[in-house]
Design a protein around this ligand. Structure first.
Ligand code: PRP
Ligand code: URA
Ligand code: MG
Length: 216
């Protein structure tokens, strides 16, 4: 589903099933094992949706009945790039759908006082410029971290129209800021929240995704 009035934003169909998954991960009383299990289910849906939009070329195969089947196969090569730490939680979802996929990492952390992002480290596949990239980070809040990560990808030669930024929750403010910098990147998301609080956390949001997935 494409959201109006946003261009280049794919919002997962807001089914009762999806709403139920978000209800669990947003609940502050949800245990860490449940948070991981249900966040992983949403991640899988985001990856599948991203894959729906990659280009294909015609491929004809012959079935066991010796009949032809006119199908398709993916045209290009893919890689995942996670924004460490929280984005690493999305790597398995990509691996589950794309066999032996290459994964790159960019370590960006928001300063806890200012909410401004800082880049510490990047390690990306050598041939990333020739690949479609699934950029992985569960939260798009102010947009600062995702912009910094996308800058790294562009400097490595990735074409913006080949980047799909997968996240679980985003804000309008984050989308606007991100798309002002990179209008051609497609954002794939499952939820659009109403805004940010005074600490630049999404509201209603779910708190700190990384802490809930890895620590508490
Ligand atoms: C979180 C999240 C994003 C960023 C989003 O990471 O995973 O990377 O904040 O906020 P922004 O859109 O305002 O930049 P954080 O820096 O808290 O690190 P973590 O992954 O270790 O939790
Ligand atoms: N990072 C998170 O983990 N959660 C938010 O709401 C914003 C940034
Ligand atoms: Mg982060």
């Amino acid at each position: 589903m494409t959201t109006e009035p946003f261009k280049n934003v794919l919002l997962l169909p807001q089914t009762n099933q999806l709403l139920g998954l978000y209800t669990i991960i947003r609940n502050k009383n949800t245990s860490r094992p449940d948070f991981i299990f249900y966040a992983d289910r949403i991640i899988r849906l985001l990856v599948e949706e991203g894959l729906n939009h990659l280009p294909v070329e015609p491929q004809t195969v012959v079935t066991e009945t010796n009949e032809k089947f006119e199908g398709v196969s993916f045209q290009g090569k893919i890689c995942g790039v996670s924004i460490v730490r929280a984005g690493e939680s999305m790597e398995q979802g990509v691996r589950d759908c794309c066999r032996s996929v290459r994964i790159g990492k960019i370590l960006i952390q928001r300063d806890e006082e200012t909410a401004l992002p800082k880049l510490f480290y990047e390690k990306l596949p050598d041939d990333i410029a020739n690949r479609y990239v699934f950029l992985l980070d569960p939260m798009l809040a102010t947009g600062g971290s995702a912009i910094m990560a996308t800058d790294v990808l562009i400097k490595r030669g990735v074409k913006p129209e080949r980047i799909y930024f997968l996240n679980l929750i985003c804000s309008k403010e984050g989308i606007d800021k991100y798309h002002a910098a990179f209008p051609e990147v497609t954002i794939v998301t499952g939820a659009l929240d109403k805004g940010l609080d005074e600490n630049k956390y999404l509201i209603p949001g779910l708190g700190d995704f990384g802490d809930r997935y890895y620590c508490i």
